[in-house]
Design a protein around this ligand. Sequence first.
Ligand code: 13P
Ligand code: SF4
Length: 373
Amino acid sequence: MAESNLEREKKAMAVATPIQIRFERFDGATGIAPAKPPRIATPAEKVDLVRRIKARLKALDAVFVAHYYVHPDLQDLAQETGGTVSDSLEMARFGHDHPGKTIVVAGVRFMGETAKILNPEKRVLMPDLAAECSLDLACPADEFTRFCDANPDRVVVVYANTSAAVKARADWMVTSSIAEKIVAHLHAEGRKILFAPDKHLGDYIRRATGADMLLWNASCVVHEEFKTQQLEELKLAHPGAKVLVHPESPRGVIAMADAVGSTTGIIQAAERLGAKEYIVATDGGILHQMRKRLPGVTFIEAPTAGKGATCQSCAHCPWMAMNGLHNLLEVLETGGNEIHVDPAVGRKAKVCIQRMLDFARVHLPAMRGSGDA
Ligand code: 13P
Ligand code: SF4
């Protein structure tokens, strides 16, 4: 019997045991970071947890903002409670524009920090503060500062997936949905660019814009695993399928794409291209919104480490998977896991984020998370 969407999602999102994630540092050395999955709620627990979470959000005047990669239960909750499910840019915009006194962020740490930097007067909570990102981990602020100091003629552009301290050293912050536009703008002004930390995103933008870009050496542990040969084989097996790729993927995978974009961009491309089948090269959490938006369309996860090989994350971010219903309710009941950013660092970091938001208001207006109610 064919597996239902729900069963597929459950299997894909359930992380059974704690894992140690190996990530490559900027200097080629490897680091290890643990990722502890949350307790999986039984169907009976889920009803009770959802009811209590909704009540606490209301009592705290809190808005719940979730990324497309988190568990479908959390995505649905964000939508049902007037929050948003979206990409990093819209998460930042939505939390910033919302009048709620508390922002609850289901995602990874840099997303919570960005919310806090933009809204220092608000309380920002996260289900698990240890939800890291391999890009952030591979870009330590002191090394990054030395890199910038050694290249004073370059405007410093950093990806959102960085610490507050790295953002404090930057001129511009970008997310994947606006990086190309901002770099093209700087290139048109004749500026040379230093870009960190994602080498694949940087390489993609450099080729798209022709800008002079010096790149930091780091990558996403999830997107790094997509493989061209296996993708080629999958395409042969599904000749009508269109390929949608996040620009954190390696160059060869991007070259095979029918559309390249941020998470929101990928969902919009699926709606625009009108195919019956899509192969999706990004975290599988996004398929929940895609299936909701396009019922009857088939979505296939792009292959990761190839036949018989093992993959670390298998197209599921281990840190995004740390967000669950139990730890979400716990922070709402205890007020624990509050994000704190040193105010002086936060004030400096805000400059590059605000610059992006101001640019987005003019050049990328009214883009909302595709799953918004
Ligand atoms: P988006 O801004 O496209 O949602 O990307 C965030 C991210 O971490 C992708 O891995
Ligand atoms: Fe970071 Fe990759 Fe996870 Fe996105 S998917 S949060 S880039 S590790």
